[in-house]
Ligand binder design. Structure first.
Ligand code: FE2
Length: 324
């Protein structure tokens, strides 16, 4: 898998963009899947569901499939869950947003995949889309950009997104909107002084619209749950006066990114054992879906196992429109 990363990006570093080791710090939202790394290939993460003994000579693993019910402000009701509804957990690119740049591609390889009844997504329009349980959902950043009005395109093209310091720690207690695109309300963010040591020079700020390095097209590439501030032309939406500005930033972010959240714009990959999915991490947004909540143990019908690899890049993203 690391070779795949290098095939698509000759500047890729020989390291997973998440760092040399898996995030295991309970203060970081990324540790909640209880994943691990393959000892003979530390660029590769092991994710999935259930208890795995002696896998790759690792100590026992108890992998967790994260559920929107633990992260969304108003999760599906019990009745909805019982009738098979799920949600996109959190739309994102694989990007640490600190120190290491996001990879060009992510590869996901299904080694074990259970056969489970389909689940379904409900969209704001009321439409319902059946998807495989545990499907990985994708939307195109190019499509998301195309759907903007001319005025919104102008705004997005002239905006830089400042991500939060140690974003995945900062947002640990935050709760997301129903679509998983951003955080529902401010007030739960960690204080910057309480985060692991950090400095602004390592915190990433990226253009809101990235130029596709292959075909030159514009892509709206925003991690709405990790946004801290925008700077737009000379107007800065900085969080200088409490939470109000952060709410405004998230509202704008949601307005722009939610246009693409319709059934015809979502691809939800139906995993089959042995699949290798290589996706353009800098060109699409993706999200975990699925409620796989059976207690883990010997008779867990939801056991599954994936390898995931996304290599830190040596190349920063390019703004579709270079700053004047
Ligand atoms: Fe991901």
């Amino acid at each position: 898998m690391p070779q795949i990363g290098r095939f698509f990006d000759e500047t890729a570093w020989d390291i997973h963009s998440g760092g040399e080791k898996m995030v295991t710090d309970a203060k970081n939202i990324l540790s909640q899947n209880r994943g691990a790394r393959v000892p003979r290939a530390p660029q590769v993460s092991i994710i999935g569901k259930g208890k795995w003994t002696g896998y790759e000579e690792l100590p026992d693993l108890d992998l967790k499939h994260v559920s929107h019910t633990e992260f969304h402000e108003s999760p599906c009701t019990k009745e909805e869950l019982q009738t098979g509804f799920t949600r996109p957990y959190r739309w994102h690119m694989d990007a640490p947003l600190y120190e290491r740049l996001p990879g060009y591609v992510t590869s996901l390889h299904s080694l074990k995949n259970p056969d489970l009844p389909d689940q379904k997504l409900r969209f704001p329009s009321g439409e319902i889309l059946p998807i495989a349980a545990g499907a990985t959902a994708f939307y195109s950043g190019a499509r998301a950009f195309d759907l903007l009005s001319d005025e919104e395109k102008e705004f997005a093209l002239n905006t830089t997104v400042q991500y939060a310091p140690r974003a995945y720690e900062w947002m640990l207690d935050c709760k997301a909107t129903d679509d998983g695109l951003t955080i529902a309300r401010s007030g739960q963010e960690k204080r910057l002084g309480d985060l692991l040591e950090w400095s602004w020079d390592k915190v990433h700020a990226f253009p809101m619209v990235w130029r596709n390095h292959g075909n030159g097209k514009p892509h709206l590439q925003v991690l709405g749950c990790c946004v801290y501030a925008f700077s737009h032309d000379r107007h800065c939406y900085w969080r200088s006066d409490g939470h109000r500005r952060l709410d405004e930033v998230r509202e704008i972010c949601h307005k722009l990114t939610s246009k693409v959240y319709t059934p015809e714009n979502i691809y939800a990959h139906r995993w089959q054992e042995g699949d290798l999915v290589i996706f353009h991490n800098r060109g699409v947004l993706h999200s975990i879906t699925g409620e796989l909540t059976h207690p883990s143990g010997e008779s867990d019908p939801e056991m599954r196992l994936f390898w995931q690899c996304t290599m830190a890049s040596g190349t920063p993203p390019t703004a579709y429109r270079a700053a004047a």
